[in-house]
Ligand binder design. Sequence first.
Ligand SMILES: NC(=O)c1ccc[n+]([C@@H]2O[C@H](COP(=O)([O-])OP(=O)(O)OC[C@H]3O[C@@H](n4cnc5c(N)ncnc54)[C@H](O)[C@@H]3O)[C@@H](O)[C@H]2O)c1
Ligand SMILES: [Zn+2]
Length: 343
Amino acid sequence: MTVKITLPDTSYDITIDTLKTISIDKKVVIVTNPTISKLHLDYLLSKLDIKNLTVFEIPDGEQYKTLSTIETILEHCFENKLNRSSMLIAFGGGVIGDMTGFTASLYQRGIEFIQIPTTLLSQVDASVGGKTGVNNKFGKNLIGAFHQPKAVYIDPHFLTTLPKREFGAGVAEIVKMAVCFNKEFFEWLEKNDLNDGNNINIAIQKSVETKAWVVSQDEKEKGLRAALNYGHTFGHVIENETKYTKYLHGEAVGIGICMADNLSVELGLMTQDEANRVKKVLEKYDIPTSYDIKDVEDFYQHFFLDKKSLDSKIKFILAVGIGDCKITSDTPKDLVIKILKDF
Ligand SMILES: NC(=O)c1ccc[n+]([C@@H]2O[C@H](COP(=O)([O-])OP(=O)(O)OC[C@H]3O[C@@H](n4cnc5c(N)ncnc54)[C@H](O)[C@@H]3O)[C@@H](O)[C@H]2O)c1
Ligand SMILES: [Zn+2]
């Protein structure tokens, strides 16, 4: 199945299916890491019809999502004499996708790239929408560019080797899309198990349709796209407090969704029953939903480190019932403190 994303300057297809042969008559570099390469590179190569191809591996891990790694990819491109009509292929999870896309935006002021995401999180979220970038000592994803891929190929086959926790992390982002934008999809998630049969393909499709719809309304995140940060304002503080080691990003988002929902309940935007239903879906996939806040005031101050907290105002994305949401930046501090104390 194909989802189309239409933007002012570009449009592209997101194909969700077993990979068919991809023919490219250009010089191509596949960027990947040793973990993915070992598991799936042969499979990918068997599906590619590209004469002029090299593979470049970067180390595996978020800690390598840096400008110095970008430099190594660029050097490989220069050594192999890529030109302005050459192309990169991002073959991996969100880390590979963000870095390959960013490199493509930089090489000779921008060349094309294709996303072939291999984690659930990157299939349902990171590979779509053209946000690319790296981290630095000031924070995550602070350096980057909007650079849309030429195409996205999502093959659920790759998920067969994904560790269970990584799968759960992707489910948290699926739940995010459903709670914020699609009530029927959420009800479907309540009734179905994503580990069974064809269900994951359906969930990927629904999530990608939702993300494509959001991005096509607001490519550069001037408004609506910020709603995709539901659960993230809290989640980023949790990731930061636990030094990015205890929880995967999606797991921190799962906890963050529960915190955001408690705030929605406090503000009368959501019923307790609705918040419990969201929690129940997360728990079905062993996504953590509780967190021991050591110091509530400290936790609150951490919100201001987030680049999305513009002008010292904290931006919360709050579910309105199930299937709708709102973006706020005027939530009274005492209410936030209350839900943090009660969490
Ligand atoms: N650009 C965006 O819009 C966007 C959105 C969300 C997240 N992100 C970024 O995505 C990154 C997180 O992505 P992620 O969760 O995919 O993490 P990741 O890319 O680090 O992948 C997680 C782990 O799974 C391994 N892996 C990948 N595919 C595998 C497979 N098929 N089988 C077994 N192991 C596999 C990877 O090597 C890695 O060790 C973060 O850097 C985040 O900032 C970007
Ligand atoms: Zn996320």
